[in-house]
Every structure is written in structure tokens, then in C-alpha cells.
Design a protein around this ligand. Structure first.
Ligand SMILES: NC(=O)C1=CN([C@@H]2O[C@H](COP(=O)(O)OP(=O)(O)OC[C@H]3O[C@@H](n4cnc5c(N)ncnc54)[C@H](OP(=O)(O)O)[C@@H]3O)[C@@H](O)[C@H]2O)C=CC1
Ligand SMILES: O=C(CO)COP(=O)(O)O
Length: 371
């Protein structure tokens, strides 16, 4: 397909970054490196697997994570994190959630002061309850930390299928005075290609909460699909799952409307509709009765929603937000709950208000409408 040249970069008058480092040569890191190289950036991709790095540099693509995808010739991979990060104008950190803290620590000493880091990982850290950008910020100190997030299967992105994502950073006072020079605007321009369309947000919490929770809801949708429930059920889970996202985002200082954007509703829709999603696929297999150890034919696969079901439920309980779907998925995954009984319990909960704000009047006779 042919798409017109993007105009948003010039519309924004933001200078793109020249050199971009990508840390993590899995499916998503490689796809984002591909986007950045296609957008004309100088890209260095750090991978710890020497065979993958050698294959990329030999023009054979990434056989482990994106087989059969041709990568831009200009894309350079390295097994040395120092080589990737030294001199970079912006860094994309793209490792699984359990590795974000250690990867941030290992790249810190090579960062130039003020270099923005976008953590493109989806999840919440266990125990601390921190978002991935907050985990990285704790290790990196005084640099802008944000994310790129949205409905973006890595393979489709790398193949150049039209894809959209949100670039989110907290806008500092200086960014508000000069928004076109903010890291969000500059990274959005840097990552714009005819097929990769970027949007900008200053609501980092709202964007990251969407990306973390959609994985848990996708496991739930997969479980129901695998267990033989029908489409009505999936639609209800997606919609009520979005309500859980909104409530947690708001409790953590994010905005409800952000959750209706690409990183919330967009990613939720994608992930809950396709078994290309590893989260949905795990749910389907479990719903069909496959023992966990036999899922994905016993291969180790990154399924962020699995561990994150626990960290999200823990965080929600701490801040007093009711998240019944995430609680149900967590109970099945980690609490020994039987799938059919757990979903029956979810469906027979007491009647609730939609939207949640209406609960105030339902629970408070003084505010209850007179019939
Ligand atoms: N795949 C997708 O479509 C998308 C994924 N994401 C998110 O991106 C994140 C990464 O997922 P994805 O790329 O798919 O996962 P993959 O399983 O494809 O790749 C994970 C990569 O991380 C590397 N890695 C693991 N630990 C470390 C570490 N400590 N230091 C450096 N590298 C490390 C692995 O290296 P090795 O091979 O040596 O183990 C591997 O290259 C997840 O949070 C996911 O939710 C977001 C949007 C789309
Ligand atoms: O986050 C993703 C798409 O936006 C990828 O989803 P999975 O991790 O479930 O494969």
C-alpha cells in the first residue's frame, strides 16, 4: 500500500532526534528500531543475544523474534550497551517489565545529561506498585522519562502496516513554555513515518495504566473464549475492563479521557480481539483446560498480564479501587480459583452503577432520584 508522506513533523516544528538507542532486541524493540530507522534516525539496537545481533547486522533480520521481517539496512545492532547508548539523543527501553529496573541501571552511566528515555514496556512493578516509567526514573535520576504505547503488534508494525501510538511524557514547566521542544513532541516527530502515526500526551499515568491493565483483561477475554463463552461476554469484559482502567488511572492522578485513547481503549480492543496477543492466547489455552506448563508448547513467552494481574490487584487494593475483572483473573491465575465458578461469581455480583460516579446517588438515599 502507498500512504502519503507525513506532514505532522513539519506541522509541529519540532526538531527530531538524530541518534536513537533501543535497549532490548526482542519483538517490540526490533520493531521500534525499524520504525526509527525508517523515519531517518541513526539507530543502534542493543541485544544481549550475540546470534540475534549478528543476524541483524548480516541483513538476516531478527530470526528469534521477528522471523521473515526485512529490517532497514541502516539499522545497526550491538551486544554492547555502551556502544548503543553513548552519544544517543534519545533512548527507547524495551525489555520485559521484570527487567526494566536492571536495564535502566545498566544504561544510566552512558546517558548524556538530560537525554530522554521512553520506557516502552507495559506493566506495574510488584511490591512497589510503580509504573514502568517510575521504576526507570528511580534508577536514572534527573532525565525526562516517558513512554510510547498503543495498539501495536510488533510484527505488523515492523511490516509497515498503518499503526498509531501515543508518545507520553510529563510536561515540565519548561515544556509548557516551549511545547514543540518537549521530549514528547520531539520523539513523536522522530518516530513518524508514512505508516507509523504518532500522537502526543502529557498524561503519562493514564497512558501507562491503559497498557498495563489491558493485558490482564485480555487474559480474561481469552479465558472466556477458550472456555466457550460467546461474543457478548467478551464485549462486556472489554467495556467493564475499560471502566477499571479509568478508575485506577484517576486514583493515581491520571485522566479518565486518556483511557479512551490509543493506549487504553485502542490497545484493549486490539489485544482482546486477537490471539496474536500473547496475553489473549494464554487465556484461551487456560480456558481450554491446558495446564500452564504446557501453554505455548512449553516455550517461555513474555505474557505481561500474568505477573501483572497480581501487581495491579495489589495496587488497586492499596488505593481503594474496585477492579472485579482483574481480581477474577488474578484469582484464577494465582489463587487456585476454578474458572467457571470465578466467572459465575463475577457475573452475579450485586448490581452496580454505570458510570461509577452514579454509585454515590445509589448508595446515598438522600441523593436517590424519587421515582
Ligand atoms: N510484542 C509486541 O507486540 C509488543 C510488546 N510490547 C511490550 O514490550 C515489552 C517487551 O516485549 P517484547 O519485545 O514483545 O518481548 P520479547 O519476548 O519479544 O523480547 C524480550 C527481549 O528483552 C530482552 N531482555 C530480557 N531481559 C533483558 C535484560 N535484563 N536486559 C536486556 N534485554 C533483556 C530479551 O533478550 P533475550 O532474547 O536474550 O532473552 C528479548 O530480546 C513488554 O512489556 C511488552 O508488553 C509493547 C507493544 C507491543
Ligand atoms: O501490547 C501488545 C500490542 O499492543 C502486544 O500484546 P501481547 O503482549 O499480548 O502480545
Amino acid at each position: 500500500m502507498t500512504l502519503p508522506e507525513p506532514t505532522q513533523g513539519s506541522d509541529l516544528h519540532s526538531a527530531p532526534y538524530g541518534r536513537i538507542a533501543v535497549v532490548g532486541a526482542g519483538a517490540w524493540g526490533t520493531a521500534l528500531a525499524c520504525v526509527a530507522a525508517t523515519a531517518g534516525r541513526q539507530v543502534r539496537l542493543f541485544g544481549r543475544d550475540a546470534a540475534v545481533v549478528a543476524a541483524i547486522n548480516a541483513g538476516q533480520g531478527n530470526p528469534a523474534y521477528l522471523p521473515d521481517v526485512t529490517l532497514p539496512a541502516a539499522l545497526v545492532a550491538t551486544t554492547q550497551i555502551s556502544e548503543a547508548v553513548t552519544g544517543a539523543d534519545a533512548v527507547l527501553l524495551v525489555v520485559p517489565s521484570g527487567a526494566v529496573r536492571s536495564a535502566a541501571t545498566s544504561l544510566k552511566s552512558f546517558l548524556l545529561p538530560g537525554t530522554p528515555v521512553a520506557v516502552c514496556t507495559k506493566g506495574i512493578e510488584p511490591q512497589s506498585g510503580l509504573l514502568m516509567s517510575q521504576v526507570a526514573a528511580e534508577e536514572l535520576g534527573d532525565v525526562p522519562v516517558g513512554t510510547i504505547s498503543g495498539p501495536t503488534f510488533a510484527r505488523e508494525t515492523a511490516l509497515g502496516h498503518p499503526t498509531a501510538a501515543t508518545v507520553a511524557f510529563d510536561f515540565s514547566h519548561a515544556d509548557r513554555l516551549s511545547p514543540t521542544q518537549s521530549p514528547a513532541a520531539r520523539l513523536a516527530v522522530s518516530m513518524s513515518t508514512p505508516s507509523f502515526k504518532t500522537f502526543i500526551s502529557d498524561d503519562l499515568v493514564g497512558v501507562e495504566i491503559g497498557g498495563a491493565i489491558k493485558n490482564v483483561i485480555a487474559i480474561g477475554c481469552g479465558m472466556m473464549t477458550g472456555a466457550g463463552f460467546a461474543e457478548n461476554t467478551r464485549a462486556a469484559l472489554i467495556t467493564r475492563g475499560m471502566d477499571e482502567m479509568k478508575a485506577l488511572a484517576e486514583a493515581l492522578g491520571g485522566r479518565r479521557e486518556t483511557v479512551t485513547g490509543l493506549a487504553g481503549a485502542g490497545d484493549l480492543t486490539l489485544t482482546c480481539s486477537s490471539q496474536t496477543s500473547r496475553n489473549m492466547s494464554l487465556g484461551v489455552q487456560l480456558g481450554q483446560g491446558t495446564p500452564r506448563a504446557a501453554c505455548f508448547d512449553g516455550q517461555a513467552v513474555v505474557v505481561e498480564g500474568e505477573a501483572n494481574a497480581a501487581s495491579i490487584v495489589d495496587l488497586a487494593r492499596r488505593v481503594g479501587v474496585s477492579m472485579p475483572i482483574c481480581e477474577t483473573v488474578h484469582a484464577i491465575l494465582h489463587g487456585g480459583a476454578e474458572l467457571h465458578q470465578a466467572f459465575a461469581d463475577l457475573w452475579t455480583r450485586p448490581i452496580e452503577a454505570e458510570p461509577r460516579a452514579l454509585e454515590i446517588s445509589l448508595n446515598n438515599p438522600a441523593q436517590r432520584p424519587v421515582s
